[in-house]
Design a protein around this ligand. Sequence first.
Ligand SMILES: C[S@@+](CC[C@H](N)C(=O)[O-])C[C@H]1O[C@@H](n2cnc3c(N)ncnc32)[C@H](O)[C@@H]1O
Length: 192
Amino acid sequence: MSEPDSIPALPKPLEMAKLCISRAVNQGDIVIDATLGNGHDALFLAKLVGDQGKVIGFDIQQIAVDSASQRLANSGLNNYEFHCKGHQHIAQEVDESVSAVMFNLGYLPSADKSVISQKETTLIALEAAMDLLKPSGVISIMCYPGHQGGEEEAYAVLEFTSKLERKLWRSVKYGFTNAPNNPAFLILLQKM
Ligand SMILES: C[S@@+](CC[C@H](N)C(=O)[O-])C[C@H]1O[C@@H](n2cnc3c(N)ncnc32)[C@H](O)[C@@H]1O
């Protein structure tokens, strides 16, 4: 098992996502980054799957796709296929099974903060990702209830995942209890 470097004993939510994803992914696997943003998560995934694997990425903003592509290229990686398209279209673009899917919801920090992921499309994408996931695979969803529009989405994801059949899905919530301003939380799903 390879684990991301420099994760403390009690990880932050995104670090916990990476830790759990790293336990479910092997070199050569195909994985999805459903919200590319600036490509930090895609870079993590691309290193994890190695040059025999592939990261399939989605973002609705060209600036995000360009930024993520540049980040991977700067690291000498070309094991990716990025789409400037909403993640609600995952099922049309991906026909391989995947071992992990990362969602990092909300807005692109360096851009227009009114462009945010939306409850309806996020839930469509999440169900498509669940269909594509291999047994034992992991989906991570970073939820941000603290920004305008984020609360409705975050709690919709929480409600949806809380109703999943326990024999089929392990569903876990993780986050700080003592951080201010309705802090981010992580939901992790593992297919049984
Ligand atoms: C918090 S950022 C992602 C951070 C990113 N994973 C990283 O490592 O830098 C959220 C991203 O979701 C994107 N987004 C919003 N709605 C989307 C949708 N329907 N499909 C795909 N991406 C979407 C935004 O454009 C934004 O870039």
